[in-house]
Design a protein around this ligand. Structure first.
Ligand code: EPU
Length: 421
């Protein structure tokens, strides 16, 4: 098992460049399956989840090279349409293979995907929308099989949930379907938008990008293209919070600033100073008392992102007063609070979705565990803000979603090292 050892209490300082977005790169890589041609993707983050999805693509017939954050990939033929448990058990995003393989080959079978344990993560929204495009859906022995022997047909679809990956899946399949598809209640997170821009560059016709209603003209020929993945707003948010908890001064270069407006609003409410420049943001040292947040309510974009709930809650342990957390998307995303309690944080857990953080508390270095990608990053933030040494176990979760988080933090002056037990 890989772990981090962190000496806390050192203000971060300096600048760091934000890497490409994991949640944009994953669907874009899957979308390359829609064409036989060759793609060159730049700014692809070098993280465990990207290597995992590439292993699956390689298994089904893609050839690729991945060096210096540039991925060259081509799938002349989809050789396997049945993808079993061992390949997809650790990666929820493998659900994104359903849409493009079904659209290109008219059939696909996939074991239920794994991924972070952050609550029930159903796939009913995906399957309902596939049915509306004319696919036959069968679920047996934990395998999802989709088939459309005569091809998919455009439809008017109201999504059951504003689900990110379900929206991405349905967009990818609608592009090769016959006729027009309308998707209502589409998710519009920045990674969904980036995937749509990529598809448009390939030749797709999509109207309404960035809104909750999309209109897609199907049946167009798609070509191989070069594309640069958007920077990761979730990494930028994580590093901004890391700077704030250490009362440091850190500039985030190439940060997608406006994608994080909900976070900056909370920074203002908490009286955390920052400065926005053209394509960078600088978190300034906190000199006054940090204020509590009346309600940190997560929601779909552009509300406060669920993926930054745990990192921000850690910061709230330093606010002078009581802050309320309300996680509305996932019911298993407060488990990191038990780890935080070991470090001296005071809180009241109301139920699976709500908690009060009672600040300020001095966090003390402790042995702690990462429960998922974002909770793992939250533990790093807690360790950076704590007095003394912390050891964080299970950092494989963090490596799934953050490119060289330890290297970036070391560049900013943190004492963080990686070790194995
Ligand atoms: N939902 C359903 N039925 C479905 C699908 C989703 O009820 O068929 C519900 C979920 O239970 C949840 C809500 O819809 O309450 C939203 O879930 P969503 O489907 O959007 O989650 P996802 O697509 O599986 C993506 C990100 C997650 C991020 C969520 C929410 C990717 C690869 N993953 O997951 O990212 O937390 O959207 O924004 O884009 C992470 O990066 O650490 C991560 C977990």
């Amino acid at each position: 098992m890989h772990c981090f050892r962190v000496q806390g209490g050192i203000p971060l300082s300096g600048s760091v460049t934000i890497s490409g977005s994991k949640n944009a790169a994953l669907p874009i890589i899957c979308a390359t399956l829609l064409s036989k041609e060759r793609f060159v993707l730049k700014n692809v983050p070098n993280i465990v989840d990207i290597h995992a999805i590439l292993r699956v693509l390689n298994y089904i017939g893609s050839e690729y090279s991945f060096e210096n954050n540039t991925l060259t990939i081509q799938t002349k033929k989809i050789r396997r349409k049945k993808i079993m448990h061992n390949l997809v058990s650790k990666l929820r995003a493998s659900i994104l293979l359903l849409g493009p393989i079904l659209a290109r080959s008219n059939q696909v079978a996939l074991s239920y995907p794994g991924g972070c344990v952050i609550g029930k993560r159903p796939v009913d929204t995906h399957l309902d929308a596939f049915k509306r495009l004319g696919a036959k859906v069968r679920e047996k022995n934990d395998i999802i099989t989709l088939s459309a022997p005569k091809g998919l047909s455009g439809a008017d679809i109201t999504m059951q949930e504003q689900s990110v990956t379900a929206t991405e899946n349905i967009i990818m399949s609608a592009i090769l379907a016959k006729g027009k598809t309308i998707i209502r209640l589409a998710a519009c997170e920045p990674h969904v938008v980036d995937m749509c821009k990529f598809l448009v560059k390939m030749g797709a016709k999509i109207k309404g990008i960035g809104n909750h209603q999309l209109s897609i003209e199907g049946g167009r020929r798609l070509k191989g293209v070069k594309y640069t993945i958007t920077p990761d707003y979730l990494e930028a948010g994580t590093l901004a919070i890391s700077a704030a908890i250490t009362k440091g001064e850190v500039t985030l270069k190439k940060a997608p600033i406006h994608q994080l407006d909900a976070l900056w609003q909370k920074f203002e409410e908490a009286k955390i100073p920052f400065r926005i420049d053209k394509d960078s943001i600088t978190i300034l040292p906190i000199k006054k008392k940090m204020q509590p947040i009346r309600k940190l309510r997560t929601g779909v974009y552009p509300s406060f992102p669920t993926d930054l709930q745990a990192p921000f809650a850690v910061l709230l342990t330093q606010a002078h007063g009581i802050s309320k957390i309300f996680e509305t998307l996932f019911e298993g995303r407060l488990s990191y609070l038990f780890e935080l309690e070991k470090m001296g944080a005071q809180m009241e857990i109301i139920n699976n979705n709500q908690a009060l953080i009672i600040g300020p508390t001095k966090l003390r270095g402790s042995p702690i565990d990462s429960c998922d990608i974002r909770a793992g990053a939250a533990m790093v933030i807690a360790a950076l803000g704590a007095k003394g040494e912390s050891e964080i176990s299970n950092i494989n979760y963090i490596d799934r979603g953050y490119e060289g988080l330890d290297l970036k933090l070391r560049k900013l002056g943190a004492q963080i090292e990686r070790f194995q037990i």
